[in-house]
Design a protein around this ligand. Structure first.
Ligand SMILES: C[S@@+](CC[C@H](N)C(=O)[O-])C[C@H]1O[C@@H](n2cnc3c(N)ncnc32)[C@H](O)[C@@H]1O
Length: 416
């Protein structure tokens, strides 16, 4: 047997090794939401929905014991070393508060934070589970290489380009404006994939050339006969599904739904998604005010594509809780984590406001992350959003509220 070729690896100074499994301190249970009317109910009824407040490495150490190979879909939208401090404004005072810092001394420090987390996360995936990492132009190749190393190159299922467009992306000299993010989809097994269609509504008065109308007024489109045998063609002819071109070529008819004024054409969605606008163009009611919030439509499509009702979905950089909300609306169970007070407060608020809100537990993870992993508190060198304060400035009113009735944040205009 030839020796197995070692995987191609990414190296950087002080690359950490995989943290050994350990027994982390039990997370502190802060409460069950919505508050059960009978407190004894809370301990009897222990659904797996859980929100962890704290460093996700601690959450991962805990989940490695309780959920090894049990999570069906994990979505991660980590910070990507933008050099920014993401702030938001809290109503009614409208004073800026830090949601989270994304300032690192260098790329190596950032990769040293991400790498052990990616290693642990893959241990939680069920045999056919899917990991989706949301990245940007600068980091997608680093993340892909790390995941090739951890999961194997054959684990890459898709590279989805989310082209959010329309944001007046900043033009830099000598390059096209950047207006897409990259979603890397990995799985070690063969994941369940559900084809997603987008429905195009064509006005009957202006049908595209490929849509035809038969004598009975039914709209249809056609495709070449492909591998159909003569027998199958005869059967389809009896069903009225054969179309002859002018030069007597056989094509197969596909009837389309229609109403009085429109023909509805389902279009298979490919790996470039340009039909989901960014948060600035989402309905106002969807905007939580948390910076870098992602649209629900994006998460719903991902969850519909690669998970089923009853599956367990996790997001360990959950921010404003978009993935958890999408999961609960689509009847998936969920686990979330974030170390930002504002993120947890926003997530709780969004979940509890939603009519579908199931019971969930809130836990506090008690240990601080090791110092080399923490974002630096240096003045970031990258361009700053105009409303940001110097990074060393700590607002005094940033205490976690854990109060789901806390007022929502005012809306933010930035995407990272
Ligand atoms: C890009 S945001 C996620 C936004 C989210 N997808 C949404 O729709 O709102 C990244 C999040 O990762 C969190 N984060 C960064 N490092 C973390 C860590 N070590 N543990 C837990 N959360 C972390 C930040 O607080 C921030 O909320």
């Amino acid at each position: 047997m030839p020796a197995k070729t070692p995987p191609i690896t990414l190296l950087w100074p002080n690359k950490p090794s995989l943290p050994p499994p350990s027994n982390p301190p039990d997370p502190q249970h802060l409460g069950t939401f919505p508050t059960p009317s009978d407190p004894s109910e809370a301990s009897l009824h222990t659904p797996p929905n859980a929100l962890y407040h704290g460093d996700n490495l601690l959450a991962l150490q805990h989940l490695r014991c309780s959920h090894a190979q049990q999570i069906d879909l994990i979505y991660l939208d980590p910070p990507f070393a933008t050099g920014r401090i993401f702030r938001t404004r809290q109503t009614p005072s409208n004073s800026p508060i830090t949601a989270y810092r994304d300032t690192w001394s260098d790329k190596a420090q950032f990769l040293s934070m991400l790498y052990p987390r990616l290693c642990c996360i893959t241990e939680l995936l069920s045999p056919h589970g899917v990991l989706i990492v949301h990245t940007d132009t600068r980091f997608s190749s680093y993340v892909a290489t790390l995941l090739f190393e951890i999961m194997g190159e054959e684990s890459l299922q898709n590279e989805i380009i989310w082209s959010y467009g329309g944001r007046g992306a900043k033009a830099h000299a000598g390059q096209f404006p950047r207006n897409h993010d990259t979603l890397l989809v990995f799985s070690k097994g063969t994941p369940t994939y559900h084809r997603q269609d987008r429905i195009l509504r064509h006005p009957k008065a202006q049908l595209p050339k490929h849509i035809l109308i038969d004598e009975q007024g039914h709209p249809f489109k056609t495709s070449p006969r492909g591998d159909y045998t003569d027998q199958s063609i005869d059967r389809l002819a009896l069903e009225g599904r054969i179309y002859y071109t002018r030069n007597r070529q056989i094509r197969i008819k596909y009837f389309l739904e229609h109403d009085k004024h429109h023909v509805l054409e389902p279009k298979h969605i490919g790996d470039v998604w340009d039909d989901i606008p960014d948060m600035m163009h989402c309905p106002r009611t969807e905007r939580s005010g948390y910076p870098t919030q992602k649209p629900l439509a994006l998460l719903e499509r991902l969850l519909r594509s690669w998970s089923n009702e009853g599956d367990t979905v996790a997001d360990l950089f959950c921010g404003s809780g978009t993935t958890l909300l999408a999961a609960q609306r689509l009847k998936r169970r969920w686990i979330g984590a974030d170390q930002s007070d504002i993120a947890i407060q926003t997530t709780q608020h969004r979940l509890l406001q939603d009519p579908t809100c199931p019971t969930f537990h809130l836990y506090r993870l008690n240990e601080a992350a090791t110092p080399h992993e923490q974002p630096t508190h240096e003045q970031p060198t990258h361009e700053q959003p105009t409303h940001e304060q110097p990074s060393h400035e700590q607002p005094t009113h940033e205490q976690p509220s854990h109060d789901p009735s806390a007022p929502p944040l005012s809306s933010t205009k930035r995407k990272r």
